[in-house]
Design a protein around this ligand. Structure first.
Ligand SMILES: Cc1cc2nc3c(=O)[nH]c(=O)nc-3n(C[C@H](O)[C@H](O)[C@H](O)COP(=O)(O)OP(=O)(O)OC[C@H]3O[C@@H](n4cnc5c(N)ncnc54)[C@H](O)[C@@H]3O)c2cc1C
Length: 427
């Protein structure tokens, strides 16, 4: 931890920017600020001790053993010094308060508490894995997966016995597919009537349900875990509300993530399932910036959108950089997301929630390839592509260009999507 001993005395017209968090959104923001020629200091503070790393591989390549801590790094270690980005790791921001135009942080690391003062504040505090509140859930073998440290623990459980994954969302299903591929017996327990209920349409959820079952994973829907069974301090299984008992010696809880809003709340910022920000990533006090998984964005029509994705982290970082550099933000392309579940590659672009109709395009010669298109009125607003990366690229490009793509045009299954989309623009 570096501490500028003059911090509290400085009266420097060059703003000192502090970003709380040092993950996807924070690192991209720091780079954009330097690329934009910002003067003054840029400091990233993270409670984690690892150098900033990519989270998505934690449930995929990393768990498989196909990635190392080094290959996960978002940037090489020298990148931070070369670009005058101060990285303060292993340090938790305990409190934040405003003192006139300044921001005063109380930091805690292994050596104790310090105070630092900055001029501009960015909250990039992300989200934490939601925990379960059922008997036995505090056992040390009931795991979550959000951080590299969690992944290290999960990796030690591979091959040690059956695993129950509680929650059929993206993280739970990715872990289930990876563990299954490594020969582990896996049961997924989902409270809803289908998988990924919050994020994908019924067609995609149905195809992926079949895919997981074909991989040999037991997937139970409409079931609620009631307690974790523990015998002589070891986990033996999970008891469901209907009385069934599923054997396990490890339980992974994948029931979503909660935005980390506690510092925003200390500042009295509006929070409503995330730190509320406008289209410039500015919070309700008109000066604090917030980006990434910790935010909820209020669109121009008043609707609220909360996205948990690398794409959103990067795009909000671009917007926040423009705000801090006093520039106009460039228009945001259509949001996108990916999830790899075993051999299945899901890519989503645009918006799926609130659609009026859906249209699935399948290819009889390639049954694992499914594209589902979503429409509001007659216009395409989003798509989910399973094992169809070329179609995804074409759809993303077409949606990004803002062309109106009608249901009638796209319903023609005899013509490949790429061809239907090509005449719409340059891409
Ligand atoms: C296992 C897994 C798989 C994923 N797979 C995908 C995928 O396939 N595709 C995709 O698009 N997205 C995926 N995601 C989501 C993606 O990783 C997140 O959207 C992204 O990490 C958000 O970045 P962020 O910068 O907003 O916050 P985060 O990555 O959550 O980082 C926030 C950081 O802030 C730190 N912090 C918070 N409060 C404090 C404090 N008070 N003091 C100090 N530090 C603090 C935290 O410790 C953390 O390091 C996955 C996530 C996980 C966990």
């Amino acid at each position: 931890v570096t501490q500028n001993e003059h911090d509290t005395d400085r009266h420097d017209p060059i703003p000192r920017i502090v970003v709380i968090g040092a993950s996807h959104s924070a690192v991209h923001l720091a780079d954009q600020l330097r690329a934009g020629g910002i003067e003054g200091s840029v400091t990233l503070i993270s409670a984690e001790t690892d150098l900033p790393y990519q989270r998505p591989p934690l449930s995929k390549e990393w768990l498989k053993g196909g990635a190392t801590a080094d290959s996960l790094l978002l940037r090489d270690p020298e990148h931070y010094t070369d670009n005058r980005i101060e990285l303060v790791l292993g340090t938790t921001v305990e409190t934040v308060e405003r003192d006139g135009d300044r921001v005063v942080l109380r930091l805690r690391d292994a050596d104790g508490d310090t105070t630092r003062v900055f001029d501009r504040l960015v909250l990039a505090t992300g989200a934490r894995a939601r925990k379960l509140a059922i008997p036995g859930a505090a056992h040390q073998d009931v795991l979550v997966l959000r951080e590299l440290e969690h992944a290290r623990i999960l990796a030690t459980r591979v091959g040690t016995g059956p695993v129950v994954v509680i929650g059929g969302g993206f993280v739970g299903l990715e872990v289930a597919a990876t563990l299954k591929g490594l020969g582990t017996e896996v049961t997924v327990v989902e409270a809803g009537g289908r998988l990924m209920g919050r994020a994908v349409g019924t067609a995609t959820a149905g195809v992926l349900l079949d895919a997981h079952r074909a991989m040999g994973t037991e997937v139970l829907l409409d079931v609620v875990p009631e307690r974790i069974l523990v015998d002589a301090d070891r986990i033996t299984g999970v008891e469901l509300a209907d009385g069934r008992r599923i054997a396990a010696n490890t339980v992974l809880v994948g029931v979503g993530a909660e935005p980390r809003t506690e510092l925003a709340e200390q500042l009295g910022l509006a929070c409503d399932g995330g730190i509320v920000v406008d289209d410039r990533c500015v919070a309700s006090d008109g000066t604090t910036i917030a980006i990434g998984d910790c935010t909820v964005q209020v669109a121009s029509d008043g609707s609220r959108v909360r996205l948990e994705s690398v794409d959103n982290a990067v795009e909000q970082a671009n917007t926040a950089a423009a705000t801090l550099l006093d520039q106009q933000p460039t228009p945001r392309p259509a949001p996108w997301f990916w999830s790899d579940q075993g051999a299945w590659k899901l890519q989503i672009v645009g918006r799926v929630a609130g659609h009026h109709s859906a249209l699935s395009r399948t290819d009889a010669t390639r049954p694992n390839r499914v594209v589902t298109l979503y429409f509001v009125d007659d216009a395409l607003v989003g798509a989910e592509c399973l094992n169809a990366p070329a179609d995804f690229v074409a759809l993303r490009s077409a949606l990004g260009r803002g062309h109106r793509l009608s249901r009638d045009t796209l319903a023609n299954r005899d013509v490949p999507l790429k061809k239907l989309l090509a005449p719409m623009g340059t891409g």
